[in-house]
Write a protein that binds this ligand. Structure first.
Ligand code: 6R9
Length: 655
């Protein structure tokens, strides 16, 4: 709580410079407030106007918001369009030779593709997918390294109306298997290997393993992009090389016109149960928010060089790499590697080399780069920068100040963008030419986004108070459902305890006396480790799947760089290990979780006990475990504990 209070006392305010505000797409707070007012006075009219202005429709919509089957809202439902057409074709007459993507490989090799060339590649690959009998509505899993091809694959799916589901390349074969089967995918697009920090990491073998686990009969084809040329096992009846698939394909492909509500993609994310949720997004509403936020939040100008450092395996990589920048016709960077290779100056060097103007990254990356060399940015020419952005977790004011002063040279507004996989695009964020910034606050909701903070009864809290973050009206880019589980969608986001009226974000938030929003963090059993969402239940399920483990409970603990660290309390089937034995088992279990879910989920610490602290009704006392993990004094009532001695055991780190 101390941290929260110190943040709420943050007094520093950084208004945009006059010069910046003058050139911005939204010039000053009055312009922002005017848009908010427009949305309040005529909500549907506001969104309809933007949808008409920003998207190219094949068949214009006549309906705006359909609430007849709430909370399964529909937007622009009788309109038809194509996302890939909106990202590519519409730039062909105006700027065919403009660079769409500057790709920098792990080893520093740079490749550029123009809009015309990207269009050609997407069409060829789309024709290839069609030749595999992939059709509108089919699900295609993409398990690719950061590459031009990953974006081509996503855009090609969109072009033919197939629904893609990108799985982060750092996920294990087991996680991949879970997503392939849940989505009922008909094809998987992958690469032989990916390169990260000078190391080759296999991808195709993980696909083979996943498909070998059974239940994947729906998958007829695996398309393999040759990235490194490594030897890979081959299933001739199922596998096809990317280059063979596109060879001889026509380089134009009529887009499949789809209804605005057609699912553009599924993206799996962690929730409070062990099973990840397939968040389903629409085509029209989703793309609208991607475009609007490129213009409003990133103040897009045709001369920009835009760089979002996310991986396409996360929603940030969808909205601000694969769709948003292309839809507005930007030049963007796609980076294969990691921020610390060959050294911690990589980001700064790339900003210098490519004259990046808008740079968007995660607080965890900023904190790790501060640690790796707080003065490093000064060695590079970062004068091209005009806007900095952050996403994924709250940014601590110290890291914010460093980013502002050392990277942005006190010239660049920082947009701290709060949003989620489920929201499709930014929701609460500063506008760089309008909002006076406070370090650590995501400031105010975007025009048309009716965000609020409420108490348990759904009543708005006063300024200066905290509560649950909700969105009171449906918005175009919102999640449509959880793939295959509409009941879970309702329960997770429109729970009846809040009257089922508001979208419940799952975050706690405070509002200060000036009305600024401050995100506190998740209110559910979801951890945020280096900006990645991880369900504690997912990690617990992985642990108990190990033959040695009887029971496990996972909690988060604040971590200087990663935001949160994973701490697991484990009861073995055999006796509680100590000394070297405990060390050995802990390492074994860490590796196990890495294999079950992916390296990002490996517990930072594992402790062993003869039991876990439980209430009389058998519920694990997680709050207590959180205190233990943080090394805090235990203030909770432990009188109901069966065996208080286990607390002493759990306080002991493995030596
Ligand atoms: C885009 C993305 C969503 C969760 C969200 C919240 C946290 C994201 C934030 C932030 C504070 C910000 N979060 N942005 N917290 N300030 N600017 O990250 O999506 O992976 O679904 O995570 O991340 O807790 O609920 P996703």
């Amino acid at each position: 709580m101390a941290a929260i209070e110190s943040v709420l006392q943050e007094k520093r305010v950084f208004p945009p410079s006059e010069a910046f505000a003058k050139q911005a797409n939204i010039k000053g707070m009055d312009a922002y407030l005017a848009l908010c007012k427009e949305a309040e006075q005529d909500y549907e009219g506001f969104w309809a106007r933007h949808a008409r202005e920003q998207l190219t429709w094949h068949k214009p919509f006549t309906q705006v918001l359909d609430e007849s089957n709430a909370p399964f809202y529909r937007w622009f439902a009788d309109g038809m369009l194509n996302a890939s057409y909106n990202c590519l074709d519409r730039h062909l007459s105006t700027q065919p030779d403009k660079t769409a993507i500057i790709f920098e490989a792990d080893d520093g090799k740079v490749t550029r593709v123009s809009y015309r060339e990207l269009y050609r590649r997407v069409c060829q690959f789309a024709n290839g997918l069609k030749s595999l009998k992939i059709r509108k509505g089919d699900r295609v899993v993409i398990y690719m390294p950061m590459s031009i091809e990953a974006i081509v694959a996503m855009q090609a799916c969109a072009r033919i109306g197939a629904t893609h589901s990108v799985v982060f390349g750092g996920f294990s074969s087991k996680s991949l298997h879970e997503r392939i089967t849940d989505a009922g995918a008909c094809a998987v697009i992958t690469a032989d290997e990916q390169m990260r920090g000078g190391r080759a990491i296999p991808l195709k073998p993980a696909v083979d393993e996943a498909l070998g686990m059974g239940g994947c009969e729906s998958v007829k084809t695996v398309v393999v992009y040759k990235r490194t040329g490594a030897n890979v096992a081959w299933h001739a009846a199922r596998d096809i090389w990317w280059h063979d698939l596109v060879n001889g394909q026509a380089d134009t492909c009529e887009p499949e016109w789809v209804e605005a509500e057609h699912p553009l993609f599924l993206l799996y994310t962690s929730g409070s149960t062990g099973k990840p949720k397939g968040v389903q997004h629409s085509t029209g509403g989703y793309l609208l928010q991607a475009i609007l936020t490129m213009r409003w939040v990133f103040d897009y100008k045709p001369s920009d060089i835009f760089w979002c450092t996310a991986d396409v395996g996360w929603v940030t990589g969808h909205t601000y790499i694969a769709y948003g920048p292309l839809a507005v016709g930007a030049t963007e960077i796609v980076f294969e590697g990691v921020p610390t290779y060959p050294d911690a100056g990589r980001f700064w060097k790339m900003i210098q080399d490519h004259k990046v103007t808008v740079f968007y990254t995660a607080p965890t990356a900023i904190r790790s780069l501060i640690k790796a060399g707080a003065d490093l940015p000064k060695k590079y020419d970062l004068s091209s920068l005009r806007i900095l952005g952050t996403v994924g977790e709250p940014i601590n004011p110290e890291a914010w100040m460093w980013y502002y002063e050392t990277v942005g040279n006190k010239r660049c507004p920082i947009v701290d963008t709060w949003w989620q996989t489920e929201t499709g695009g930014h929701m609460i964020t500063p506008l760089p030419g309008a909002t006076p910034l406070k370090p650590g606050s995501c400031t105010f909701p975007l025009p048309g986004i009716m965000a609020d903070i409420v108490d348990e009864t759904g009543q708005s809290v006063e300024k200066g108070k905290g509560g649950f973050l909700v969105i009171k009206r449906p918005w175009p880019s919102m999640i449509r459902t959880i793939w295959g589980d509409p009941e879970r969608f309702k329960k997770s986001y429109y729970p009846s305890d809040f009257g089922g009226k508001y979208y419940l974000a799952g975050d706690g938030a405070n509002r200060d006396m000036d009305g600024y929003f401050w995100i506190v963090g998740r209110i559910d059993d979801v951890l945020n480790v280096s900006g990645h969402r991880l369900g504690t239940m997912e990690i617990e399920s992985a642990l108990v799947a190990n033959p040695l483990v009887a029971e496990a409970a996972v909690v988060g603990r604040p971590h200087e760089v990663k935001g949160e660290a994973v701490v697991a309390f484990v009861v073995l089937k055999g006796p509680r290990p100590s000394g070297e034995e405990a060390q050995k088992v802990a390492n074994q279990l860490r590796e196990w979780v890495g294999k079950e879910i992916g390296p990002i989920a490996k517990p930072d610490e594992i402790r062993f006990g003869d039991n876990l602290p439980k209430t009389r009704s058998g519920k694990i006392m997680r709050r207590l475990l959180r205190s233990i993990a943080r090394g805090e004094e235990i203030t909770q009532d432990v009188s109901t504990l069966e065996n208080p001695a286990i607390l002493e055991q759990l306080k002991q780190p493995v030596q």
